[in-house]
Design a protein around this ligand. Structure first.
Ligand code: 5GP
Ligand code: MN
Length: 349
């Protein structure tokens, strides 16, 4: 991983000159979003004494909550305290945007950044970065995660100087968490640089077993029972090789499933030999949130952009369908998926 000197010098000067700092990430933050944010928080706060807040649009998955153990009070949530987020953002003289390709991906919270003049730094791994929004851009798509990219950036900073053990332990744990969740535990999107980063993190003392315990062996029973129900009763596989599952609001309520607890359901149908594309839809207030995964040779990103108002990465993307406008209900959404995936898999591949 080659991070240019010029970018690092600029970043160092921006950090040195900053008082209050804000770190923002995408709406519905996942392990990589929160992992990279917490890692950067500890670097800026613990090593540089900066006053920093992580600004979240809404809740993070419970399984990833342990990364916040060492920074109680470092998060302000826009869905709880929009005014506090606004106030903090306006007080900042440096704003970081992590794991997103443009400020619009912060969701409702995007309004809090409108018109602010503080320089913005992007650290991201998505396609189509909106570089004109930022004073400084670290954007790399051939990399596992924003957490991995942040790791390489921090390693290039003069105070760390390539020695991971100089980073706060909480940063190392948070980076390993993001790296683990975005690669589906080192199954997808891994590069030589990914294993190099993981190796340095473990050598510097990261307890990977503890992270795995939190992420993958601490689920509530309801998640596994719902997963079974969806796979057994609801999964549909089309002739063209698209699999889809729809979690409607009634089932969500009946099972008591919470935000973040359906993470990675979308990966499972892709393990079937003739499935090229997997979609998971979850009904939320007025929308179906859409998760898309594909095998190599089929573009989840193009499907998300063309039919689901979204985007992401080649093999892992997301988007949404508005209820009452694009589809009326779950059965209508199923018809829509069959139609667009048929069209897509016939003409685009
Ligand atoms: P997930 O399915 O895990 O929610 O998201 C997979 C990938 O797609 C993530 O990298 C995420 O950032 C991206 N993504 C999810 N939802 C959206 C969306 O509504 N718009 C865009 N542009 N990207 C999304
Ligand atoms: Mn990510």
């Amino acid at each position: 991983m080659n991070i240019g000197n010029e970018g690092i010098n600029t970043l160092e000067a921006l950090v040195r000159g900053a008082g209050n700092i804000g770190i923002a990430t995408h709406t519905h933050p996942d392990g990589d979003a929160i992992g990279s944010s917490v890692a950067l928080y500890h670097y800026l706060h613990d090593l540089h004494g900066k006053d920093v807040r992580i600004l979240l649009d809404n809740a993070l998955p419970e399984a990833a909550g342990f990364v916040l153990d060492h920074c109680t009070g470092c998060v302000i949530r826009y869905d709880h305290k929009p005014e506090d987020v606004r106030k903090w953002a306006s007080s900042c003289d440096l704003l970081f945007f992590l794991d997103l390709n443009g400020a619009h991906r912060t969701g409702e919270m995007a309004a809090a950044f409108e018109g602010l003049t503080a320089p913005r730094v992007l650290i991201d791994h998505h396609l189509n970065p909106q570089t004109e929004e930022f004073a400084l851009v670290f954007s790399e798509t051939e990399i596992s995660s924003a957490s991995e990219l942040l790791f390489h950036v921090l390693m290039a900073m003069p105070d760390i100087d390539g020695d991971a053990s100089k980073l706060p332990a909480a940063s190392l744990t948070a980076i390993m968490t993001g790296l683990t969740t975005d690669t589906n535990n080192f199954a997808n999107s891994t590069y030589p640089s990914t294993f190099q980063a993981a190796s340095s993190l473990i050598a510097a003392g990261v307890d990977r077993e503890a992270i795995i315990m939190h992420l993958y062996n601490s689920y509530p029973e309801r998640r596994i029972r719902l997963m079974g129900e969806l796979l057994h009763d609801r999964m549909v596989i089309t002739d063209k090789g698209a699999a889809y599952m729809i979690l409607d609001a009634a089932t969500r309520e009946r099972t008591g499933i919470r935000q973040g607890e359906t993470e990675a359901f979308v990966n499972i149908p892709l393990t079937i030999y003739n499935v090229r594309l997997s979609l998971f839809l979850k009904e939320e207030d007025g929308i179906f949130r859409v998760s898309i995964r594909s095998k190599k040779g089929t573009s989840a990103n193009r499907l998300a952009m063309k039919y689901f108002n979204g985007g992401g990465h080649e093999q892992a993307s997301g988007g949404k369908l508005t209820i009452g406008r694009e589809v009326m209900d779950a059965s209508d959404a199923a018809d829509y998926i069959r139609r667009v995936t048929d069209e897509f898999l016939t003409h685009e591949n």
